[in-house]
Design a protein around this ligand. Sequence first.
Ligand SMILES: Cc1cc2nc3c(=O)[nH]c(=O)nc-3n(C[C@H](O)[C@H](O)[C@H](O)COP(=O)(O)OP(=O)(O)OC[C@H]3O[C@@H](n4cnc5c(N)ncnc54)[C@H](O)[C@@H]3O)c2cc1C
Length: 403
Amino acid sequence: MDMSFSAEELAFRDEVRAFLRDNLPDQLRVATHNTTSVFVEKDVNLEWQRILHARGWLAYQWPVEVGGTGWSPVQRYIFESECARAGAPTLVALSMKLVAPVIYTFGTPEQKAHFLPRILSGDDYWCQGFSEPGSGSDLASLKTRAELQGDHYVVNGTKIWTTHAHHANWLFCLVKTDTTVKPQRGITFLLIDMNQPGIEVRPIITMAGDHDVNQVFLDNVKVPVAHRVGAEGQGWDIAKFLLENERGGAWHAPGLIAQFESIRASATGRPSSRPGVPLTDDPAFAAKAARLELELSAFEMIEMRILGEMAQGRRPGPQTSVVKLLASNLHQAIDQFRLDVFGYDALQLETRRPLYGNDRPEAIGDPDAQLAMPAYLNSRAWTIFGGTNEVQKSIIAKTVLGL
Ligand SMILES: Cc1cc2nc3c(=O)[nH]c(=O)nc-3n(C[C@H](O)[C@H](O)[C@H](O)COP(=O)(O)OP(=O)(O)OC[C@H]3O[C@@H](n4cnc5c(N)ncnc54)[C@H](O)[C@@H]3O)c2cc1C
C-alpha cells in the first residue's frame, strides 16, 4: 500500500493548513478542547459551519450537484485530519452527515431544494428520532405509529436518547405505518417540524452532568405527506443507508492521535503514585502510554487501508462496523489514560457547563484536570450510540468473517 501523498495532495494540505491558521478562531479551538461530550454545543457548531460555508468547504462530503466540493476521498481525509490536528470543532453529524445524504439520495426535488440550503445556512438544525424505550439495538421493533389521514400523517409515540433535540427545529424520524407486514417492511422515514403542537422535549441529564440527550413525545403530530422521504415502507432501507454513514462518515484516527498527544504532553511535570518519581519516569505509566500509542497507530493503518479502497471507488461497507468498534474502544481508552495522567486531581466532577468561556467554573489544580472525569463518564456512550459494541461484533461476524 502506497502511504504517501502526491504533490497535488501535499499542496492541498498546505492550503487547508493555511486556511485553519487564518480562520479558526481561538475561542472555537478552546471550546472544542474543553467539550467533554461527543458533540460540541450548537453555537460552536454553527459558528464553525458559517466559517466553512463562507470558504465553500462546508459540504465537502456532498456530491458536487448539491453543493459539494468535488474532493477525492484522499482530500477529504486530509481536510479532516488537518482540522483535527488544528483542534477545530468536529461538525455535529446530525444535519450535515446524516439527514442531508438521505435527502439528496432519496428526497424529492422539492425536498432537496427546500432543505439542503437551509442545512448549509444553519437555519435548520436536525435531530434523529430512531431509538425508543425498548427499541434500540432491535430498532425494527419500534412502535411510534403514523396513520395516513388525507394529505398528512398523524404521529403518536415517543423517541428517546434524542441528541440535541432541545436545540433542533427538525426531527428525522422512523415511524410504523404498517403493522401487518414483517417489521422492517412497515417502517417509513418522516421529516417532522419540531415547532408545532403535540411535541414535547424532556431533557435527560447524563451522569457526567451534560445535557446532550432527551426524550421526545409525539402526540397527534401532523406531518404532511410531502415530508415523507422515499415510499411508505422504505424507511428501513433508508435507515440502513444512514447508519452506514453514521458509522463510517468520519476519520477517527487523526483526532484520537491529536487528543492522545495533548494528554500525554500534560503528563510532563506531574507526580506518579511513587514518591519522588515523576509520572513520565514511571515504567507502568510509560508502558500504558506506549501500548495506547501502538493501538492508535494500528488503527490509523486500518483507516488508511480503507482510504486506499475508497480512493479506488469502493464503498467501505461493513468495515464501518470495524471502525466504529475500534474507535469507540480507543475513545474510552484515551479518557481512561487522562484519568491516569491527572491522578487525584481527576476525581473532581464538575457538572456545570460549559467548561469554557468567561463563566467557566474554577478548576482544582491544572485546568485540564477538570475535563478528565466528565469526559471519562461521557465516553461510556461511545460503545452504545450508533449501534453498541455487541451489535457491531455481530455485524462483523456475519458480514466480514462470514460466521
Ligand atoms: C449518548 C447517546 C446519544 C444517542 N443519540 C441518539 C439519537 O440522537 N437518536 C437516536 O435515535 N438514538 C440515539 N441513541 C440511542 C442509541 O442508538 C441506543 O442507545 C443504542 O442503539 C442501544 O439501544 P438501547 O439503549 O435500547 O440498548 P439495548 O438495545 O436494550 O441493549 C442493551 C444491551 O444489550 C445488548 N444487546 C442488545 N441486543 C443484542 C444482540 N442482538 N446481541 C448481543 N447483545 C445485544 C447491547 O449491546 C447492550 O449492551 C443515543 C445513545 C446514547 C448513549
